[in-house]
Structure formats: C-alpha cells, structure tokens
Design a protein around this ligand. Structure first.
Ligand code: ADP
Ligand code: GN1
Ligand code: MG
Length: 360
C-alpha cells in the first residue's frame, strides 16, 4: 500500500526501503529510507479522522504561528507532494502524509527513568506554552468531543444497553465498578463550567512515543499531531500520568505489575510546570492529580465500551483483549487513588516552591 503512494512525493522511488514503524492503534506508520535521507509516511485512519484536510490545515496554521513567534522551535512540518499538496490521496488506499525523519532523533515506548518523564512533560508543556497566543478559532476540531467525558460516559451507557449480551454479562464487575466511579464525570462537568479552567492548544495524545529525543535523551519536540486542537490541560497531563506512572503499559495483563512510581510523578510535575507554571491558574494546578483520574477513567470506559460493542474501534488481538485493557486501567485508577495523599504532598510542595520562585 505504501509503495503506491510514494511517487506522489518522490521522483525516484526504485531504491527506497520501507518498514512499518511505531506502535499506534489508529494510523499506520512506515519509515521510508532513501540512500541519504529518511521519511515517515503515515496513512490517516479515515474512520476516526473524518476530515484529514482539517489535520493538514491545523498543522499549516501552527507552523505559520511558530515561524513568526518562535522560529527556533523544531516543528515537524509535512513534506508537500510533487504537485504541492499537504496530503497524497489514493482512491483505494485513502489519505497519506509524509514527514521528514528528524536526523539523530529517537523515541521510546516505556518510561524507565524520571529524566525521560521530565523531558516529555517539558516538551508537551512547552508546546502549549509557545502556542498560548494563538487564536483557538484557527484550529479545526479534528475529532469532535474527543475528550468529552460526559459524552464518553453516555456512549458507555449505550454500550451497556445495546452491546453484545454475552460480553455485558462477562464484564459485570467492571461495569458496576465504573458506574460507581461516575463522580469523575461530575468533576469534569464542574471543570467545564469553571471559568478558571481555560481552553488552550492541547496535544491530546501525550504518550512517551510522541516525543522525539536527541542522542543525549534531551527532548527535541512533540510529534503525532493529529489530535492537536482546543482542549483542557487535564487531557495532556492526564495522559502522561496514565501512560508514564506505571512501569507496565495498558497492554499488561498481570495486574500485580501495575503500580505508581512517585519519582516519575514528581518528574512530570516538574517538567510540565517548568513551562506552564505561569500560564496555569491556581485551580488548574490543584487539578493535576484529578487529570490522571480523568484520563484513566475515560480510557477504561472507552476500552470497555469497545469490548461491549465488538472491538470495532481499537481492534483486538485476542478474545477479551479490550476487557483486559479496561481491567488494566481500572487497576491503574485504584493504584493512583491509593497513592493520592502521597502524590498530593509532592504536588503541593512543588506548586508552593514554584509560587515562591515566581514571586522573587
Ligand atoms: P503512531 O503513534 O500513530 O504510529 P507517530 O506519528 O507517533 O504515529 O509515529 C510513530 C513513531 O515514528 C514515533 O514514535 C517516532 O518513533 C517515529 N517518528 C514519527 N515521526 C517522526 C519524525 N518526523 N522523525 C523521526 N521519527 C519519527
Ligand atoms: C489511540 O493512535 P494512538 O495509539 O496514539 C487513541 C487514544 C488512546 C490510545 C490508547 C484517535 O491512540 O485516544 O488513548 O489509542 N487515539 C484515538 O492506546 O482514538
Ligand atoms: Mg504516536
């Protein structure tokens, strides 16, 4: 599939080598290597992104803003097709984009050291901070209601009402548990109505593999920008907490391996606030740990809804895969709640420290 699209971008395609790359669940990614340079080719999943041209438009707007206001930022802009388009379109295979492969960069899939969490959190914070002056109206909403927890909860209730009967039975304890925790949805609704919480340019997919690091493991920039749109900081901080705190990923089926690493938590706080401290309101900073609950809970109900509906969104590599993923997220939520007093102490120390620094 990838072979047929390359002539749209490159005059010479005979000697290219291609390999599938990355671990995303939604788009398909290849690394394309030429004699002297490499590219990343991506096929945009149109079931999820109904308007790929909106993603292209967002990237153009952001690139334009950064060129004027922060010209030194390494923003990975798509390569234009030979006929100067942002996307290559094939009738059979859909929408594609090509990116320059950033030389000497790499990404990681699992956080093993606090320094990695610090670098990533700093990069995601920096991205939002640099774009603080950008008009949100200039950005399209590439997935409507993507992190709207009220809607996700409604979809979960629908799946419980209309999903596959055997699966609903099978997931009884998980359904009960998640319904009982719907206070997390209520808090989200309060946040939406609280004028101290602000919409900003938000990445919405802050897993560690979406940060490019240099050879000495310093953060270079953020990538995987399809879901960049207006949002609350709880989306970005929350997904970092969700995916960095535990040494075991969302794919882990041995629940004993899921635990919260407080040193990683501190690194996320430090890294994110190193860029966002002056921008976030006091109420927002207080919601830092809630952000983790928000994203873990949302992912749990998304995985469980998909299980009940027959794995149509995330797919499944084995029977009950999405049920297992939901169980994993439930365990992570429980572990986070158990550690909340300790994490709050760390957060308070840090917010306090930051405030003192600012007032000097
Ligand atoms: P997905 O997560 O949907 O597969 P990404 O855009 O995150 O897609 O790309 C997958 C991986 O490819 C990244 O984790 C990173 O390792 C690598 N990658 C993506 N874009 C670039 C780039 N411009 N330069 C270098 N590596 C990249
Ligand atoms: C999807 O494509 P990927 O793997 O980066 C999903 C995220 C989920 C994540 C869970 C557009 O992200 O919201 O958190 O899976 N992206 C979309 O692994 O639904
Ligand atoms: Mg990615």
């Amino acid at each position: 599939m990838e072979q047929q699209i390359l002539p749209a971008y490159l005059k010479e395609t005979a000697n290219l080598s291609t390999e599938t790359f990355g671990s995303g669940l939604i788009n398909t990614t290849w690394k394309i290597t030429d004699k002297n340079r490499s590219y990343i080719l991506q096929r945009i999943n149109q079931d999820v992104f109904k308007h790929p041209e909106w993603i292209a438009s967002n990237l153009r707007q952001i690139a334009g803003y950064l060129k004027i206001h922060h010209p030194d930022y390494l923003f990975v802009e798509p390569v234009k097709t030979l006929d100067n388009q942002d996307l290559a379109i094939s009738k059979e295979a859909g929408y594609f984009r090509l990116l320059p492969f950033i030389k000497d960069s790499h990404s990681i899939d699992v956080v093993t050291e606090p320094s990695q969490a610090y670098e990533a959190a700093k990069q995601f914070g920096r991205f939002t901070a640099l774009l603080e002056g950008m008009k949100l109206d200039d950005l399209h909403t590439t997935i409507a209601d993507f992190h709207n927890l009220t809607l996700r909860f409604r979809q979960f209730e629908e799946a419980i009402a209309t999903g596959i009967p055997d699966r609903i039975l099978n997931a009884g304890p998980e359904i009960t548990y998640l319904k009982d925790k719907s206070g997390i949805v209520t808090t989200y609704q309060q946040i939406c109505n609280n004028p101290s919480f602000h919409l900003r340019v938000t990445h919405h997919d802050t897993k560690i593999s979406n940060v490019l690091l240099d050879a000495s493991n310093k953060g270079l920039c953020v990538i995987d920008l399809d879901t960049v749109m207006a949002g609350y900081f709880i989306s970005d901080v929350g997904d970092m907490l969700r995916t960095y705190l535990s040494p075991a990923s969302e794919e882990e089926t041995d629940m004993e391996k899921i635990r919260i690493r407080t040193d990683i938590f501190e690194a996320i706080v430090k890294g994110y606030l190193s860029e966002m401290n002056a921008i976030l309101s006091a109420d927002e900073k207080k919601a830092f740990i809630y952000a983790g609950k928000f994203m873990i809970y949302m992912q749990a109900i998304r995985f469980l809804s998909d299980y009940l509906n027959g794995d149509t969104y995330y797919g499944a590599r084995y029977a009950d895969h999405n049920l297992q993923r939901a169980r994993n997220q439930i365990r992570l939520l429980q572990e986070l709640e158990a550690k909340e007093p300790e994490l709050t102490e760390i957060l308070n120390r840090y917010i306090h420290h930051q405030d003192q620094t600012t007032s000097i």
